[in-house]
Design a protein around this ligand. Sequence first.
Ligand code: G3H
Ligand code: 13P
Ligand code: ZN
Length: 312
Amino acid sequence: MPIVTSTELFKKAYDGGYAIGAFNINNMEIVQGITDAAAELKSPVILQASQGARKYANSVYLVKLVEAASELHPEVPIVLHLDHGADYETCKDCVDNGFTSVMIDASSKPFEENVATSKKVAEYAHAHGVVVEAELGTLSGIEDAVSVEADKAMYTDPDQVEEFVKKTGVDSLAIAIGTSHGAYKFKPGTKPQLRLDILAEVARRLPGFPIVLHGSSSVPQEYVQIINANGGKLVDAIGVPEDQLRQAASGAVCKINIDSDLRLGMTAGIRKHFIDHPDHFDPRQYLGDGRANVKAIVAHKIKDVLGSDNKI
Ligand code: G3H
Ligand code: 13P
Ligand code: ZN
């Protein structure tokens, strides 16, 4: 199967009450770990490259790696997505060079500017058979909100979503309901709680429309512990509870973004390998352990969080 767009996958996910995992890729081992798990569990999957990933690996390598994965697993629908495209030019470059989906992230701009930029990207992408995700609201880290008012202002305002989608013509919408990027999402000692009420209100305003959640790593403590037991120092790393993601996936959320958990798995595998085998210096040995962890984490997400197994 060639690399596909997410249009049909999202329709089925919406109707079937599950979500598709969007996993960040930076190198070959990560692509392999993710797609091997998806193939074993018969799950569609989204492989996404951030601008940082494209700079690190060179976008050409990433596109070719994803094409290789698609050739090796022809039965798996794979979407190649640009994560957090900062401007029209970046999105255009991806549309022109093998991506089937792009995100334009103008969420930090005023509403009208976000609308104008997202609309421009959607027009170009659609003319070339590529789908578009945009974002409304601000994903923040634990220290970003300085007051209750500021905290409230970061969430997506359900009053804006219909106008935004109508004016831009985008295919999916990322919203802010309390998730954030990275491994430190909530203050220690507080109870992590997503604003599922905002999600429900957005879904009510946009019936049948695919919603996206960024910042959805759960920061599995078993991997944090392996890292810390093997020379690492990750203090108070806290993620999104998986049951809340499962609940979101059963409704309007069709795409759930996960990067940090894969970073933890890769790092735990490599750190442990170095401590267990101080005599090893073959990258295939330690990267192999990192890749195995990536595969195990993705398999767990597909089965126990996203519910996208056996959907091919
Ligand atoms: O959205 C953030 C993703 O985790 C990508 O991170 O920009 O460091 O590649 P990055
Ligand atoms: P995490 O940092 O929670 O994995 O989020 C990744 C993400 O949203 C990529 O766009
Ligand atoms: Zn993101």
